[in-house]
Design a protein around this ligand. Structure first.
Ligand code: AMP
Length: 374
């Protein structure tokens, strides 16, 4: 089966790594000529809207995405010309606008932080009167990995926030004083069958995911509520593929932050830590193959390598540590790889992880201490 992927980054690369053994053949469309998935299939270098590039995807049996900001209109056009696009454009349209996304969560009964649409200074001042400080001002569109966000701690921050973001359509959100963050990944097929992976506990710094631990150590009721939120969203969107809902946990409350209509960094641990990875299950769902088991194989801790790959010397000798180099050029703030550490139990995993501190790039050493101390 020929599978076209809009976007040729590490997510597309890992989808291909999972899909090739199933007999898949991959074509990637990406504006960048060095897109790292290109090593695993044919790379078409062009803009998202390029007609002749999109025509090349028409050879494919299925089309999916590794990038959530592919214009929803492009996905609609592909679908209208008879190409099964999975997940469909409606999920992208909802995820691409933070305001639409928050309203969708509310309509489904998923609690969210207080929020307001901001189209001008007056809106911002009115929203701050209602929501109060601290609050976070975000661009409604094209924000990811903490980009396009400004934390407003007090009135003094207003001018600099406005000069950074004021020429965009914005949303103001109340700052959630969460205990921790987690993410639930659901896979759903075209028949409506759904499976959830165990909840991942996620740790961010500067808006970027740094660590993910699974299964998150939460009480059963909270885990079930998180799963119910993910399932409800997938059901509502008539979604096909893997979807991840990112959540804040504050006491007994679970608040929806955002969702990704694609495979997600918080579930990279599923490659080794689950029976069937999120990448394989996404491809299975997209291609109408039977879904694989989302059950845990072993507790897992994933480290994100950001900027550059760390030295292998101290890390590779660790038994049950699994290395993923995405083959990308190093650049500050760029996700270039990850590693997943497994063990039979959490109590067995923690001392191994803590022993690695000296070999971990900053701020992972500090974040690991925080994770362990909770
Ligand atoms: P986002 O791009 O919205 O997922 O934000 C990236 C990260 O910034 C989140 O995972 C949180 O760690 C933090 N963050 C974003 N919005 C809020 C909020 N309203 N309250 C607290 N933390 C937030």
């Amino acid at each position: 089966m020929k599978i076209g992927i809009l976007g040729g980054g590490q997510l597309a690369r890992m989808m291909a790594q999972a899909g090739l053994p199933l007999g898949g053949e991959f074509i990637f469309l990406d504006p960048k000529a060095d897109a790292c998935a290109g090593q695993l299939g044919r790379l078409v270098t062009a803009d998202w809207e390029d007609e002749s590039a999109l025509a090349k995807l028409s050879e494919c049996d299925r089309v999916t995405c590794d990038f959530e900001n592919v214009p929803a209109t492009v996905l609609e056009r592909l679908a209208d010309s008879g190409h099964p696009v999975r997940p469909a454009a409606n999920a992208f349209a909802a995820a691409q606008d933070r305001l639409t996304e928050k309203r969708l969560f509310e309509s489904l009964g998923i609690e969210v932080a207080p929020f307001a649409a901001v189209s001008g200074r007056t809106d911002l001042l009115e929203a701050l009167d209602r929501i109060g400080y601290p609050a976070v001002l975000k661009t409604r569109r094209m924000g990811y990995d903490g980009k396009g966000q400004y934390l407003l701690r007090a009135q003094e921050d207003l001018e600099s926030a406005w000069s950074a973001l004021g020429d965009h359509e914005l949303i103001l959100e109340g700052w959630v004083d969460f205990d921790f963050e987690c993410a639930i990944t659901v896979v759903r097929n075209a028949l409506g069958e759904m499976r959830c992976y165990p909840l991942s506990r996620t740790v961010h710094a500067d808006g970027m995911l740094r660590l993910a631990a699974a299964p998150a150590n939460v009480d059963v009721g909270l885990g079930e509520r998180a799963q119910a939120c993910g399932r409800m969203l997938a059901e509502h969107l008539d979604y096909v593929g893997c979807l991840t809902l990112e959540l804040f946990v504050a006491g007994e409350r679970i608040l929806g932050n955002e969702f990704a209509p694609r495979v997600h960094n918080s579930a990279h641990w599923t490659i080794e830590g689950a029976v069937c990875s999120q990448f394989e299950n996404h491809i299975r769902a997209v291609c109408d193959l039977p879904l694989g088991s989302t059950a845990l194989r072993a507790p897992a801790l994933m480290f994100n390598w950001i900027g550059e790959m760390p030295s292998k010397t101290g890390l590779l000798p660790v038994p049950d540590l699994h290395w993923h180099d995405y083959g990308k050029q190093p650049r500050p703030g760029r996700k270039v790889g990850h590693a997943t550490l497994l063990a039979e139990t959490w109590p067995a995993l923690l001392p191994v992880a803590l022993d690695l501190r000296e070999d971990l790039p900053q701020p992972l050493d500090r974040l690991l201490d925080d994770l362990v101390s909770m």
